[in-house]
Write a protein that binds this ligand. Sequence first.
Ligand code: ADP
Ligand code: MG
Length: 390
Amino acid sequence: MEEKTNPVVSKTNPILSTRGLWFSYGEGKAALSNVTLDIPKGKKIVFLGPNGSGKSTLFLHFNGVHRPDKGEVLFDGQAVKYDAKSLARLRSDVSLVFQNPDDQIFSATVEEDVAFGPLNSGVERAEIEKRVDEALHMVGLEELAERPTQQLSFGQRKRVALAGALAMKPKVLVMDEPTAGLDPQMVHELLEMADELNHAGATVVISTHDVETAYEWADEVRAIHEGKIVFSGAPEEFFEREDMLLHEMGLTPPLVLSLNHSLHGLAGTPLKPYPRTLAEATHKAFPKEGRKTGRLIVRCVDITKEMIAPAAHERSGIYGAAARRMAQDGKLNVHYRFHALESGLMEAASGRDFVLYTDSSLCNLAEEKAKRLERNSGVKVPIEHTHGQN
Ligand code: ADP
Ligand code: MG
């Protein structure tokens, strides 16, 4: 079972760190004051902070766009250097997706723009083509490869910027407010994709002021307020703080935690373990004796050519880029195209069989989320792999 590591004395080596970092724009007040932090390798980290708190300024230090006035940035334990060669290397390891895609997209067509980063860091032509195809596939833009970037919608431009970062195959993917301005479906799709990358080994760092996203998705939270890091730790710890910090930062607690408090007050449900999803919160509140759960049936789209359609009594969903592609091509017809793993666990926990079409590489992730549900609510959803996967 996964134990939460204390980020201050993290046992795993941090992939990115800052030490005593100060930065100001011109003569004004410091935008970042004395920022010391570690980003543990392989985790999903959310930076939470109101507008103007310094999130973008900090992120621009992570890949060397800004250089600290004082203090330093470290990648994999080594102080970042600012000569052209070192910066190029840093940027192939740490990819930053800007808050505004228009600050990032320069090329005439989609594929040229996505190829720009790898081309600049000297990747071979054949490899570049492969990476561009993969990245466009991942963000669902393969049909628009030759489209002029000026003819794209805001959401499509955000996807292009993201594909450009993915094509670098970075060790750390840093996304500045990636969900801002996206419709809810795209938000789920983006977070699902980030999960998939993280599962494949990348460290993923995002900023947001959306507390619901931060609470459900993050392994760890860093809160930033007026250019200072004011919290570093598990999301539930941050939102359970009883001081005024949340209010000072203009944030409200996530709905799932408010529901957990109400259930505690109304029905005496214990506060801990803190639920991370609605499924966890609701199932924790009801006694589990005699309640029958459904199964989560996992079908791996990369193993079988012929996909068995869900039975009439079963609900179904897709999870991950490979399954999404099949649904887009009309080869799969499912109930849930977004947030399907969480929804599937919720349906199964409520007694209904759920078929999840996914990539075999994501099977462990389904197991992990089912374990978390069991830990936080006591409901055990059996997972059935129809192709004998682990
Ligand atoms: P956030 O991303 O959290 O909204 P920013 O990093 O953009 O915060 O901003 C931090 C502070 O730096 C704010 O006070 C903002 O006004 C200031 N700032 C940001 N960008 C610039 C800039 N290009 N020139 C001058 N001041 C800036
Ligand atoms: Mg910003």
